[in-house]
Design a protein around this ligand. Structure first.
Ligand code: CA
Length: 397
């Protein structure tokens, strides 16, 4: 009995000091933080009682279980719901966006499209405590040096009073707020646009939208130039010329027979013939093709992924009243909007699959349930993909 009582007494203290290696690591980071301008008082205040979260290390090393075709990615990010929400935001923040455009030279639709893709217009900031994730990744895992920089940048932002520690959540890798900047980008790019003396991308929409515009401006945005547009290629076109970094003069592309998607000539009056452009064919020659200019690269700089930049560009076009893509993606099983994804998840729940919440996010539980249904229905391939075919198969009586 004595032994058990002793263990019970020890248990709470043991839980608080569960990871001496982590505490030693944190203590060892203090001088390096000080070298980045983080005072000892700031460091102590925000690291007291921090516990590591090993689950972020699993995410650091996770290989994606499934690859997402570009048409699925775009169907979720550029859906009618995000277009309608974005138009409402353009309306609500019209004066602010006009001031942002005049200060940074970036149009309202592009700024709002970035906002919509990054945080669904401020609705999803990420759920993980930022200091916990960044301190864990600073002390374990294969990118410690990188995450230490982000951890110190966060402490500096707290010290400077830009952000509050209370409820400071973000993605597992440290992106947070309306614009989902990582802390070092925040430190470099964020601006105080509402004039309260703080650069607050968590609670201030003016600061967030102006900071997005500032990012694009610094990435080389050219005012009043298009990001690009959808084009049509001649039948015998040499597709080896495609690629974001393979720029040629616009006049060279038109000489090779590249036209607007409706077949009309690309007018060289609105853009100088020497304007550098690249050809994108994200799904090969049978899918949509695009000519892109300098502003596409500025969007790409925000998050270096072709599909990401295209999502923002195409959402901005829809916000301007555009009809969407003219050419179809080369698939007989198109992607689903978020509303359709929620419908699919509800159908899976109704069939007894334990997929958690109906949230329109296709995670591994939803994928496994889809695989089970694909198998049951004799569909092929059994790939767990949330596409129109499985939705229709489950909807039909
Ligand atoms: Ca501010």
């Amino acid at each position: 009995m004595k032994r058990l009582a002793c263990l019970l007494l020890l248990a709470p203290a043991f839980a608080v000091h569960a990871d001496p290696a982590f505490e030693r690591c944190l203590a060892g980071l203090k001088p390096a933080a000080a070298a980045k301008g983080v005072s000892a008082a700031t460091f102590d205040r925000h690291t007291a009682g921090l516990q590591p979260d090993p689950s972020v290390l699993e995410l650091l090393d996770a290989q994606p279980e499934f690859t997402t075709p570009i048409w699925d990615y775009l169907a979720g990010l550029v859906d009618d719901e995000r277009v309608a929400d974005g138009r409402a935001m353009l309306d609500t923040h019209r004066d602010l966006l006009a001031r942002v455009a005049s200060a940074y030279g970036v149009d309202p639709e592009t700024v709002v499209a970035v906002w919509g893709v990054e945080s669904n217009y401020g609705k999803t900031f990420g759920k993980r405590p930022l200091l916990v994730s960044l301190s864990t990744l600073s002390c374990s895992g294969r990118r410690r040096d990188f995450f230490r920089g982000e951890f110190f940048a966060t402490l500096k932002l707290l010290q400077d009073g830009d952000i509050d520690a209370e409820g400071l959540n973000g993605s597992w890798a440290g992106a947070f707020g309306h614009t989902q900047f990582i802390p070092s980008t925040y430190a470099r790019i964020a601006v105080d646009f509402d004039g309260d003396g703080r650069r607050d991308l968590v609670d201030s929409i003016p600061d967030a939208l102006a900071s997005t515009a500032n990012y694009l401006k610094r990435a080389g945005w050219r005012t009043a130039q298009p990001w690009g547009f959808e084009v049509r290629l001649p039948p015998d076109f040499d597709t080896s010329l495609a690629g974001r970094t393979r720029r040629r003069a616009l006049s060279d592309w038109t000489a090779r027979g590249v036209r607007h998607h409706d077949g009309s000539e690309i007018a060289l009056s609105s853009l100088p013939p020497s304007t550098q452009a690249a050809l994108l064919i994200p799904a090969g020659r049978d899918g949509p093709a695009f000519l892109v200019f300098r502003n596409y690269d500025a969007i790409y700089a925000y998050n270096a992924a072709e599909s990401y930049a295209l999502a923002i560009a195409l959402l901005a076009d829809r916000l301007r009243g555009g009809a969407g893509l003219a050419a179809a993606w080369p698939t007989d099983d198109p992607g689903l909007s978020r509303a359709q994804r929620r419908q699919l998840q509800q159908l899976l729940l109704d069939r007894g699959h334990d997929i958690g919440e109906v949230d329109g996010m296709i995670g591994s539980n939803t994928r496994r349930a889809i695989q089970a249904e694909q198998r049951r229905l004799g569909l092929s391939p059994v790939d767990g993909r949330a596409g129109r075919r499985i939705l229709e198969a489950l909807t039909s009586p």
